[in-house]
Design a protein. Structure first.
Lengths: 128, 379
Protein backbone atom coordinates (compact mmCIF):
# COMPACT_ATOMS: atom_id res chain seq x y z
CA UNK A 1 0.00 0.00 0.00
CA UNK A 2 2.71 2.49 0.85
CA UNK A 3 6.11 3.28 -0.55
CA UNK A 4 8.45 6.15 0.16
CA UNK A 5 9.05 9.42 -1.65
CA UNK A 6 11.71 11.81 -0.30
CA UNK A 7 11.80 9.83 2.90
CA UNK A 8 8.06 10.36 3.47
CA UNK A 9 5.54 7.57 3.07
CA UNK A 10 3.31 7.66 -0.02
CA UNK A 11 0.33 5.64 -1.18
CA UNK A 12 0.82 3.27 -4.10
CA UNK A 13 -1.79 3.72 -6.78
CA UNK A 14 -2.10 2.48 -10.33
CA UNK A 15 -0.95 4.14 -13.53
CA UNK A 16 -2.28 2.87 -16.87
CA UNK A 17 0.61 2.50 -19.27
CA UNK A 18 -1.74 2.80 -22.24
CA UNK A 19 -3.71 5.98 -21.49
CA UNK A 20 -2.04 7.46 -18.43
CA UNK A 21 -5.09 7.29 -16.14
CA UNK A 22 -4.21 7.13 -12.47
CA UNK A 23 -6.35 5.42 -9.89
CA UNK A 24 -6.47 4.41 -6.25
CA UNK A 25 -6.60 1.66 -5.31
CA UNK A 26 -4.81 0.05 -8.23
CA UNK A 27 -7.09 -2.07 -10.39
CA UNK A 28 -6.32 -5.01 -12.70
CA UNK A 29 -7.85 -3.24 -15.71
CA UNK A 30 -7.95 0.45 -16.56
CA UNK A 31 -11.49 1.83 -16.14
CA UNK A 32 -10.81 4.50 -18.77
CA UNK A 33 -9.40 2.42 -21.65
CA UNK A 34 -9.57 -1.25 -20.56
CA UNK A 35 -5.79 -1.54 -20.80
CA UNK A 36 -4.37 -4.32 -18.66
CA UNK A 37 -0.89 -2.96 -18.04
CA UNK A 38 -1.23 -1.05 -14.81
CA UNK A 39 1.97 0.00 -13.10
CA UNK A 40 2.52 0.97 -9.48
CA UNK A 41 2.84 4.69 -8.94
CA UNK A 42 3.58 6.59 -5.76
CA UNK A 43 0.77 9.13 -5.31
CA UNK A 44 1.22 12.69 -4.01
CA UNK A 45 1.03 12.92 -0.22
CA UNK A 46 -1.00 16.13 -0.31
CA UNK A 47 -4.47 16.93 -1.42
CA UNK A 48 -7.55 19.07 -0.82
CA UNK A 49 -10.38 17.91 1.42
CA UNK A 50 -13.44 17.78 -0.86
CA UNK A 51 -15.96 16.75 1.79
CA UNK A 52 -16.12 14.79 5.02
CA UNK A 53 -18.45 13.61 7.74
CA UNK A 54 -18.23 12.46 11.32
CA UNK A 55 -19.74 8.99 11.46
CA UNK A 56 -21.56 7.94 14.62
CA UNK A 57 -23.11 4.67 13.43
CA UNK A 58 -21.77 1.93 11.19
CA UNK A 59 -18.00 2.35 11.35
CA UNK A 60 -17.27 -0.84 13.24
CA UNK A 61 -14.10 -1.21 15.26
CA UNK A 62 -13.57 2.53 15.77
CA UNK A 63 -14.58 4.87 18.58
CA UNK A 64 -17.47 7.09 17.41
CA UNK A 65 -17.51 9.64 15.98
CA UNK A 66 -14.89 8.85 13.37
CA UNK A 67 -14.20 11.18 10.45
CA UNK A 68 -14.09 9.99 6.85
CA UNK A 69 -13.91 11.97 3.65
CA UNK A 70 -12.84 12.38 0.06
CA UNK A 71 -9.46 13.94 -0.71
CA UNK A 72 -8.50 15.18 -4.17
CA UNK A 73 -4.76 14.59 -4.49
CA UNK A 74 -2.66 17.09 -6.38
CA UNK A 75 -2.46 14.72 -9.38
CA UNK A 76 -6.27 14.56 -9.64
CA UNK A 77 -6.84 11.17 -8.03
CA UNK A 78 -9.70 11.16 -5.53
CA UNK A 79 -9.23 9.04 -2.42
CA UNK A 80 -11.79 7.88 0.08
CA UNK A 81 -10.00 8.00 3.41
CA UNK A 82 -10.27 8.09 7.15
CA UNK A 83 -9.35 11.46 8.67
CA UNK A 84 -7.90 12.58 11.98
CA UNK A 85 -7.96 16.08 13.35
CA UNK A 86 -4.74 15.90 15.39
CA UNK A 87 -5.86 18.94 17.37
CA UNK A 88 -7.01 20.97 14.36
CA UNK A 89 -10.36 21.61 12.70
CA UNK A 90 -11.34 19.75 9.57
CA UNK A 91 -12.57 22.24 6.99
CA UNK A 92 -13.80 21.58 3.46
CA UNK A 93 -11.29 22.96 0.97
CA UNK A 94 -8.30 22.82 3.28
CA UNK A 95 -5.04 21.06 2.44
CA UNK A 96 -4.61 17.69 4.08
CA UNK A 97 -1.65 15.37 4.10
CA UNK A 98 -1.08 11.65 4.34
CA UNK A 99 -0.12 10.22 7.69
CA UNK A 100 0.99 6.59 7.68
CA UNK A 101 0.13 4.47 10.69
CA UNK A 102 2.15 1.64 12.23
CA UNK A 103 -0.78 -0.71 12.06
CA UNK A 104 -4.25 -0.95 10.54
CA UNK A 105 -6.95 1.20 12.13
CA UNK A 106 -9.72 -0.51 14.02
CA UNK A 107 -9.62 -3.64 16.10
CA UNK A 108 -9.05 -7.37 15.56
CA UNK A 109 -12.55 -7.87 14.13
CA UNK A 110 -12.85 -4.75 11.96
CA UNK A 111 -9.72 -3.21 10.52
CA UNK A 112 -9.02 -0.53 7.93
CA UNK A 113 -6.02 0.56 5.85
CA UNK A 114 -3.05 1.83 7.88
CA UNK A 115 -3.22 5.48 6.89
CA UNK A 116 -5.25 8.63 7.49
CA UNK A 117 -5.17 12.16 6.16
CA UNK A 118 -4.75 15.03 8.63
CA UNK A 119 -4.81 18.83 8.34
CA UNK A 120 -1.46 20.03 6.94
CA UNK A 121 -1.01 22.28 9.95
CA UNK A 122 -0.89 19.22 12.20
CA UNK A 123 2.08 17.77 10.31
CA UNK A 124 3.95 21.09 10.33
CA UNK A 125 3.53 21.24 14.08
CA UNK A 126 4.96 17.74 14.33
CA UNK A 127 8.05 18.74 12.36
CA UNK A 128 8.55 21.92 14.37
CA UNK B 1 -44.32 1.89 -30.51
CA UNK B 2 -47.26 0.85 -28.33
CA UNK B 3 -48.29 2.86 -25.32
CA UNK B 4 -48.32 1.30 -21.86
CA UNK B 5 -50.81 1.96 -19.07
CA UNK B 6 -51.10 1.09 -15.40
CA UNK B 7 -54.36 -0.70 -14.63
CA UNK B 8 -53.71 -1.92 -11.12
CA UNK B 9 -51.64 -1.18 -8.03
CA UNK B 10 -51.47 -2.98 -4.71
CA UNK B 11 -49.43 -2.36 -1.58
CA UNK B 12 -49.02 -3.60 1.94
CA UNK B 13 -48.34 -1.12 4.75
CA UNK B 14 -44.57 -0.82 5.09
CA UNK B 15 -43.21 -1.74 8.49
CA UNK B 16 -41.49 -4.43 10.50
CA UNK B 17 -42.81 -7.94 9.99
CA UNK B 18 -40.15 -10.16 11.58
CA UNK B 19 -42.59 -13.10 11.69
CA UNK B 20 -43.33 -13.06 7.95
CA UNK B 21 -41.24 -14.54 5.15
CA UNK B 22 -40.70 -12.85 1.81
CA UNK B 23 -43.50 -14.87 0.21
CA UNK B 24 -46.08 -13.80 2.75
CA UNK B 25 -44.98 -10.17 2.42
CA UNK B 26 -45.32 -10.32 -1.35
CA UNK B 27 -48.51 -12.14 -2.29
CA UNK B 28 -50.95 -9.75 -0.56
CA UNK B 29 -49.61 -6.89 -2.71
CA UNK B 30 -50.00 -9.01 -5.87
CA UNK B 31 -53.54 -9.99 -4.93
CA UNK B 32 -54.45 -6.37 -4.15
CA UNK B 33 -53.13 -5.24 -7.55
CA UNK B 34 -55.13 -7.96 -9.36
CA UNK B 35 -58.27 -6.85 -7.52
CA UNK B 36 -57.52 -3.19 -8.25
CA UNK B 37 -57.22 -3.99 -11.96
CA UNK B 38 -60.24 -6.28 -11.92
CA UNK B 39 -58.22 -8.90 -13.73
CA UNK B 40 -57.97 -12.67 -13.43
CA UNK B 41 -54.38 -13.72 -12.59
CA UNK B 42 -54.48 -16.22 -15.45
CA UNK B 43 -54.43 -13.33 -17.91
CA UNK B 44 -50.99 -12.18 -16.70
CA UNK B 45 -48.51 -13.08 -19.44
CA UNK B 46 -45.22 -12.33 -17.68
CA UNK B 47 -43.95 -11.27 -14.27
CA UNK B 48 -41.01 -9.15 -13.16
CA UNK B 49 -39.94 -9.16 -9.53
CA UNK B 50 -37.54 -6.56 -8.12
CA UNK B 51 -35.71 -7.32 -4.88
CA UNK B 52 -32.20 -6.68 -3.57
CA UNK B 53 -31.91 -9.17 -0.73
CA UNK B 54 -34.88 -11.46 -1.46
CA UNK B 55 -32.78 -14.39 -2.66
CA UNK B 56 -33.19 -16.57 -5.71
CA UNK B 57 -36.50 -17.05 -7.53
CA UNK B 58 -38.37 -14.52 -5.41
CA UNK B 59 -40.86 -13.91 -8.23
CA UNK B 60 -41.61 -17.59 -8.76
CA UNK B 61 -42.03 -18.14 -5.02
CA UNK B 62 -44.43 -15.22 -4.57
CA UNK B 63 -46.43 -15.17 -7.83
CA UNK B 64 -47.24 -18.89 -7.54
CA UNK B 65 -49.07 -18.20 -4.24
CA UNK B 66 -51.38 -15.86 -6.12
CA UNK B 67 -52.10 -18.44 -8.82
CA UNK B 68 -49.59 -17.08 -11.33
CA UNK B 69 -47.09 -19.61 -12.65
CA UNK B 70 -45.90 -21.34 -15.83
CA UNK B 71 -45.22 -17.96 -17.49
CA UNK B 72 -41.95 -16.07 -18.05
CA UNK B 73 -40.80 -14.67 -14.71
CA UNK B 74 -37.71 -12.48 -14.37
CA UNK B 75 -36.05 -11.53 -11.09
CA UNK B 76 -34.40 -8.11 -11.12
CA UNK B 77 -31.70 -6.78 -8.77
CA UNK B 78 -30.66 -3.13 -9.18
CA UNK B 79 -30.25 -2.01 -5.55
CA UNK B 80 -32.76 0.73 -4.63
CA UNK B 81 -33.95 0.81 -8.24
CA UNK B 82 -34.78 -2.91 -8.36
CA UNK B 83 -38.54 -2.74 -8.76
CA UNK B 84 -38.54 0.47 -10.82
CA UNK B 85 -36.12 -1.33 -13.12
CA UNK B 86 -38.50 -4.30 -13.14
CA UNK B 87 -41.28 -1.94 -14.28
CA UNK B 88 -39.01 -0.49 -16.95
CA UNK B 89 -38.36 -3.99 -18.27
CA UNK B 90 -42.11 -4.69 -18.36
CA UNK B 91 -42.71 -1.44 -20.27
CA UNK B 92 -39.94 -2.28 -22.75
CA UNK B 93 -41.46 -5.72 -23.36
CA UNK B 94 -45.00 -4.40 -23.89
CA UNK B 95 -43.79 -1.61 -26.17
CA UNK B 96 -41.95 -4.23 -28.19
CA UNK B 97 -45.12 -6.29 -28.59
CA UNK B 98 -43.69 -9.19 -26.62
CA UNK B 99 -46.46 -9.23 -24.00
CA UNK B 100 -49.78 -7.41 -23.52
CA UNK B 101 -50.30 -7.70 -19.75
CA UNK B 102 -47.48 -7.85 -17.22
CA UNK B 103 -47.25 -8.02 -13.41
CA UNK B 104 -44.46 -6.15 -11.62
CA UNK B 105 -43.62 -6.61 -7.94
CA UNK B 106 -41.17 -4.95 -5.59
CA UNK B 107 -40.57 -6.78 -2.34
CA UNK B 108 -38.03 -6.69 0.47
CA UNK B 109 -37.54 -7.99 3.96
CA UNK B 110 -34.91 -5.93 5.79
CA UNK B 111 -35.84 -7.12 9.28
CA UNK B 112 -33.77 -10.22 8.45
CA UNK B 113 -30.67 -8.06 9.08
CA UNK B 114 -31.71 -6.82 12.52
CA UNK B 115 -31.05 -3.10 12.18
CA UNK B 116 -28.45 -0.47 11.36
CA UNK B 117 -27.03 0.43 7.98
CA UNK B 118 -27.56 -1.77 4.93
CA UNK B 119 -24.89 -4.34 4.09
CA UNK B 120 -22.96 -3.29 0.96
CA UNK B 121 -20.70 -5.33 -1.28
CA UNK B 122 -17.35 -6.00 0.40
CA UNK B 123 -15.51 -6.16 -2.93
CA UNK B 124 -15.73 -2.37 -3.09
CA UNK B 125 -12.67 -0.57 -1.64
CA UNK B 126 -14.69 2.24 -0.12
CA UNK B 127 -17.02 -0.24 1.55
CA UNK B 128 -14.02 -2.17 2.90
CA UNK B 129 -12.82 1.09 4.39
CA UNK B 130 -16.11 1.64 6.18
CA UNK B 131 -18.23 3.72 3.80
CA UNK B 132 -21.95 3.42 4.51
CA UNK B 133 -24.90 4.95 2.69
CA UNK B 134 -25.64 7.55 5.41
CA UNK B 135 -21.97 8.59 5.39
CA UNK B 136 -21.96 8.93 1.60
CA UNK B 137 -25.09 11.12 1.58
CA UNK B 138 -23.71 13.05 4.57
CA UNK B 139 -20.66 14.05 2.53
CA UNK B 140 -22.97 15.25 -0.25
CA UNK B 141 -24.86 17.29 2.34
CA UNK B 142 -21.72 18.83 3.85
CA UNK B 143 -20.40 19.84 0.45
CA UNK B 144 -23.75 21.28 -0.64
CA UNK B 145 -24.03 23.24 2.62
CA UNK B 146 -20.46 24.49 2.09
CA UNK B 147 -21.14 25.66 -1.48
CA UNK B 148 -24.70 26.97 -1.25
CA UNK B 149 -25.17 27.89 2.40
CA UNK B 150 -27.98 25.41 3.06
CA UNK B 151 -28.56 25.37 6.81
CA UNK B 152 -29.24 22.48 9.18
CA UNK B 153 -32.65 24.04 9.84
CA UNK B 154 -33.51 24.02 6.12
CA UNK B 155 -32.33 20.43 5.82
CA UNK B 156 -34.53 19.43 8.76
CA UNK B 157 -37.57 20.79 6.89
CA UNK B 158 -37.39 17.84 4.50
CA UNK B 159 -37.98 15.41 7.37
CA UNK B 160 -40.68 17.60 8.92
CA UNK B 161 -42.56 17.77 5.60
CA UNK B 162 -42.28 14.10 4.71
CA UNK B 163 -43.05 12.79 8.17
CA UNK B 164 -46.03 15.16 8.15
CA UNK B 165 -47.24 13.67 4.87
CA UNK B 166 -46.74 10.13 6.22
CA UNK B 167 -49.38 10.79 8.89
CA UNK B 168 -52.01 10.61 6.13
CA UNK B 169 -50.61 7.55 4.34
CA UNK B 170 -51.93 4.25 5.74
CA UNK B 171 -49.03 2.45 3.99
CA UNK B 172 -46.33 4.55 5.71
CA UNK B 173 -44.04 2.99 8.28
CA UNK B 174 -43.70 6.28 10.19
CA UNK B 175 -47.04 7.94 10.86
CA UNK B 176 -46.17 10.45 13.55
CA UNK B 177 -45.45 14.08 12.71
CA UNK B 178 -42.17 15.56 13.94
CA UNK B 179 -41.01 19.13 14.54
CA UNK B 180 -37.77 20.72 13.37
CA UNK B 181 -36.61 20.60 16.96
CA UNK B 182 -37.32 16.84 17.12
CA UNK B 183 -35.29 16.36 13.94
CA UNK B 184 -32.32 18.46 15.05
CA UNK B 185 -32.15 16.99 18.54
CA UNK B 186 -32.42 13.33 17.52
CA UNK B 187 -29.27 11.25 17.89
CA UNK B 188 -26.55 11.84 15.32
CA UNK B 189 -25.94 9.16 12.66
CA UNK B 190 -23.50 10.84 10.26
CA UNK B 191 -23.07 14.61 10.55
CA UNK B 192 -25.27 16.52 9.59
CA UNK B 193 -27.86 13.72 9.66
CA UNK B 194 -29.71 12.79 12.79
CA UNK B 195 -31.76 9.61 12.94
CA UNK B 196 -34.88 11.45 11.70
CA UNK B 197 -33.06 12.43 8.51
CA UNK B 198 -32.38 8.80 7.57
CA UNK B 199 -35.02 6.53 6.04
CA UNK B 200 -36.11 3.73 8.35
CA UNK B 201 -35.39 0.12 7.46
CA UNK B 202 -38.29 -2.25 7.29
CA UNK B 203 -40.24 -4.67 5.15
CA UNK B 204 -42.66 -4.05 2.33
CA UNK B 205 -44.17 -5.01 -0.99
CA UNK B 206 -45.88 -3.13 -3.80
CA UNK B 207 -47.27 -4.49 -7.07
CA UNK B 208 -48.18 -2.83 -10.35
CA UNK B 209 -50.05 -4.27 -13.33
CA UNK B 210 -49.35 -2.75 -16.72
CA UNK B 211 -50.79 -3.47 -20.13
CA UNK B 212 -50.85 -2.21 -23.69
CA UNK B 213 -52.82 1.06 -23.62
CA UNK B 214 -55.06 -0.21 -26.42
CA UNK B 215 -56.67 -2.76 -24.08
CA UNK B 216 -56.46 -0.83 -20.80
CA UNK B 217 -60.11 0.24 -20.87
CA UNK B 218 -61.19 -3.39 -20.71
CA UNK B 219 -60.02 -3.34 -17.10
CA UNK B 220 -60.44 0.20 -15.80
CA UNK B 221 -62.07 3.38 -17.01
CA UNK B 222 -59.21 5.41 -15.53
CA UNK B 223 -55.95 3.82 -16.69
CA UNK B 224 -52.80 5.85 -16.03
CA UNK B 225 -50.60 6.32 -19.07
CA UNK B 226 -46.82 5.84 -18.75
CA UNK B 227 -45.31 8.62 -20.84
CA UNK B 228 -41.68 7.95 -19.93
CA UNK B 229 -39.75 4.97 -18.61
CA UNK B 230 -36.08 5.80 -18.33
CA UNK B 231 -33.37 3.55 -16.95
CA UNK B 232 -29.73 4.51 -16.78
CA UNK B 233 -26.59 3.67 -14.83
CA UNK B 234 -23.97 5.89 -13.27
CA UNK B 235 -21.03 7.31 -15.16
CA UNK B 236 -17.80 5.95 -13.73
CA UNK B 237 -15.03 8.40 -12.86
CA UNK B 238 -11.70 7.92 -11.08
CA UNK B 239 -10.96 11.54 -10.21
CA UNK B 240 -12.94 14.63 -9.28
CA UNK B 241 -16.71 14.34 -9.06
CA UNK B 242 -19.09 17.12 -8.01
CA UNK B 243 -21.12 15.55 -5.21
CA UNK B 244 -23.63 18.43 -5.21
CA UNK B 245 -24.86 17.37 -8.65
CA UNK B 246 -26.58 13.97 -8.72
CA UNK B 247 -25.17 13.24 -12.17
CA UNK B 248 -27.17 10.09 -12.85
CA UNK B 249 -30.49 11.73 -11.98
CA UNK B 250 -29.74 14.92 -13.93
CA UNK B 251 -29.09 12.79 -17.00
CA UNK B 252 -32.05 10.47 -16.37
CA UNK B 253 -34.43 13.40 -15.81
CA UNK B 254 -33.36 15.04 -19.05
CA UNK B 255 -33.94 11.78 -20.94
CA UNK B 256 -37.31 11.20 -19.28
CA UNK B 257 -38.60 14.74 -19.95
CA UNK B 258 -37.60 14.36 -23.57
CA UNK B 259 -39.30 10.98 -23.87
CA UNK B 260 -42.48 12.30 -22.26
CA UNK B 261 -42.41 15.55 -24.21
CA UNK B 262 -43.03 17.57 -21.06
CA UNK B 263 -41.09 20.12 -18.99
CA UNK B 264 -40.61 20.52 -15.21
CA UNK B 265 -43.46 23.08 -15.15
CA UNK B 266 -45.89 20.38 -16.29
CA UNK B 267 -45.25 18.13 -13.29
CA UNK B 268 -48.00 18.26 -10.65
CA UNK B 269 -46.62 15.69 -8.19
CA UNK B 270 -43.34 13.81 -7.73
CA UNK B 271 -42.12 10.90 -5.66
CA UNK B 272 -38.32 11.15 -5.45
CA UNK B 273 -35.66 9.09 -3.72
CA UNK B 274 -35.27 10.85 -0.35
CA UNK B 275 -33.20 8.12 1.32
CA UNK B 276 -31.60 10.86 3.44
CA UNK B 277 -32.77 14.44 3.91
CA UNK B 278 -30.21 16.03 1.55
CA UNK B 279 -31.32 13.81 -1.32
CA UNK B 280 -34.65 15.54 -1.82
CA UNK B 281 -33.29 19.10 -2.32
CA UNK B 282 -30.63 17.73 -4.69
CA UNK B 283 -33.42 16.14 -6.73
CA UNK B 284 -35.48 19.37 -6.78
CA UNK B 285 -32.59 20.78 -8.77
CA UNK B 286 -31.99 17.66 -10.86
CA UNK B 287 -35.64 17.64 -11.98
CA UNK B 288 -35.63 21.37 -12.66
CA UNK B 289 -38.15 22.30 -9.95
CA UNK B 290 -35.75 25.12 -9.03
CA UNK B 291 -32.42 26.46 -10.27
CA UNK B 292 -29.17 25.05 -8.90
CA UNK B 293 -28.42 26.20 -5.39
CA UNK B 294 -31.99 27.29 -4.63
CA UNK B 295 -33.41 24.14 -3.08
CA UNK B 296 -33.22 25.68 0.40
CA UNK B 297 -35.36 28.59 -0.74
CA UNK B 298 -37.90 26.13 -2.17
CA UNK B 299 -38.12 24.42 1.22
CA UNK B 300 -38.46 27.74 3.07
CA UNK B 301 -41.30 28.78 0.76
CA UNK B 302 -43.13 25.48 1.28
CA UNK B 303 -43.39 24.99 -2.47
CA UNK B 304 -42.90 21.22 -2.23
CA UNK B 305 -45.58 20.71 0.39
CA UNK B 306 -48.99 19.32 -0.55
CA UNK B 307 -50.82 22.40 -1.80
CA UNK B 308 -47.54 24.04 -2.85
CA UNK B 309 -46.37 24.75 -6.38
CA UNK B 310 -44.76 21.30 -6.87
CA UNK B 311 -45.60 18.81 -4.11
CA UNK B 312 -42.81 16.26 -3.60
CA UNK B 313 -43.25 12.97 -1.75
CA UNK B 314 -46.89 13.31 -0.66
CA UNK B 315 -46.68 9.65 0.42
CA UNK B 316 -44.10 10.63 3.02
CA UNK B 317 -41.29 9.47 0.78
CA UNK B 318 -38.61 7.07 1.89
CA UNK B 319 -38.22 9.08 5.11
CA UNK B 320 -41.76 8.27 6.28
CA UNK B 321 -43.17 5.51 4.08
CA UNK B 322 -39.95 3.59 4.71
CA UNK B 323 -37.41 2.09 2.35
CA UNK B 324 -37.57 -1.67 1.99
CA UNK B 325 -35.10 -1.28 -0.83
CA UNK B 326 -36.52 -3.46 -3.61
CA UNK B 327 -40.11 -2.44 -2.83
CA UNK B 328 -39.58 1.31 -3.05
CA UNK B 329 -39.82 1.80 -6.83
CA UNK B 330 -43.23 0.17 -7.22
CA UNK B 331 -44.49 1.82 -4.01
CA UNK B 332 -43.66 5.21 -5.52
CA UNK B 333 -45.51 4.24 -8.69
CA UNK B 334 -48.53 3.11 -6.66
CA UNK B 335 -48.58 6.52 -4.94
CA UNK B 336 -48.41 8.47 -8.21
CA UNK B 337 -51.12 6.31 -9.79
CA UNK B 338 -53.38 6.86 -6.77
CA UNK B 339 -52.62 10.60 -6.84
CA UNK B 340 -53.56 10.84 -10.52
CA UNK B 341 -56.74 8.86 -9.88
CA UNK B 342 -57.60 11.21 -7.01
CA UNK B 343 -57.71 8.46 -4.38
CA UNK B 344 -55.37 9.94 -1.76
CA UNK B 345 -57.76 11.57 0.67
CA UNK B 346 -56.06 13.93 3.14
CA UNK B 347 -52.73 13.76 1.28
CA UNK B 348 -54.28 14.28 -2.17
CA UNK B 349 -52.50 16.77 -4.42
CA UNK B 350 -55.39 18.82 -5.87
CA UNK B 351 -56.19 17.96 -9.48
CA UNK B 352 -52.91 16.15 -10.16
CA UNK B 353 -52.66 15.31 -13.86
CA UNK B 354 -48.94 14.63 -14.40
CA UNK B 355 -46.67 12.78 -11.98
CA UNK B 356 -43.22 11.25 -11.81
CA UNK B 357 -41.43 8.62 -9.76
CA UNK B 358 -37.69 8.37 -9.26
CA UNK B 359 -35.66 5.62 -7.61
CA UNK B 360 -31.90 5.69 -7.62
CA UNK B 361 -29.24 3.95 -5.62
CA UNK B 362 -26.43 1.55 -5.32
CA UNK B 363 -23.42 2.94 -3.48
CA UNK B 364 -20.37 1.96 -5.49
CA UNK B 365 -16.97 3.65 -5.57
CA UNK B 366 -16.51 5.90 -8.59
CA UNK B 367 -20.24 6.45 -9.24
CA UNK B 368 -22.79 9.02 -8.17
CA UNK B 369 -25.13 6.03 -7.96
CA UNK B 370 -25.18 2.65 -9.64
CA UNK B 371 -28.69 2.84 -11.09
CA UNK B 372 -31.48 5.33 -11.66
CA UNK B 373 -34.97 4.66 -12.96
CA UNK B 374 -37.53 7.39 -13.65
CA UNK B 375 -41.15 7.03 -14.75
CA UNK B 376 -43.56 9.76 -15.82
CA UNK B 377 -47.33 9.37 -15.85
CA UNK B 378 -50.43 11.18 -17.07
CA UNK B 379 -54.07 10.43 -16.50
Amino acid sequence: MTSSVDGRPALLGGHCKLCGTRMFPKTTICPACAGETIEDVALPQEGVLYSFTDVYVGLKGLVAPAAIGYVDLTDGVRIFTHLERDGHDLIIGQTVVLKALDQPRGNAEHSYAPFVFVPTAAIHEGIA
Amino acid sequence: MRGVSVIGVGTIPFGKYPHLGLTDLGWPAVKAALTDAGIDGRRIQAGYCGTMFGGTMAGQRIFSRAGISAIPIVNVENACSSSSTALNQAVVAIRADVYDIVLVLGVEKLTRFGGGTLPLDEEDWEVQQGLTMPALYAMRAKRYMHEFGLTREQLAKVSVKNRGNGVFNPDAQMRKAVTAEDVLSARMIADPFTLLQCCPTGDGAAAVIVCASTIANQFRSDPIYIVASDLTSGRYTVGFRDMTIPEITVRGAREAYEEAGISPDDVDVAEVHDAFSIAEPLYYEAFGFCPRGEAGRLLDAGETEIGGRIPVNPSGGLLARGHPVGATGTAQVAEIVRQLRGECGARQVPDAKVGLSHATGGGIAGFDHGACCIHMFTR
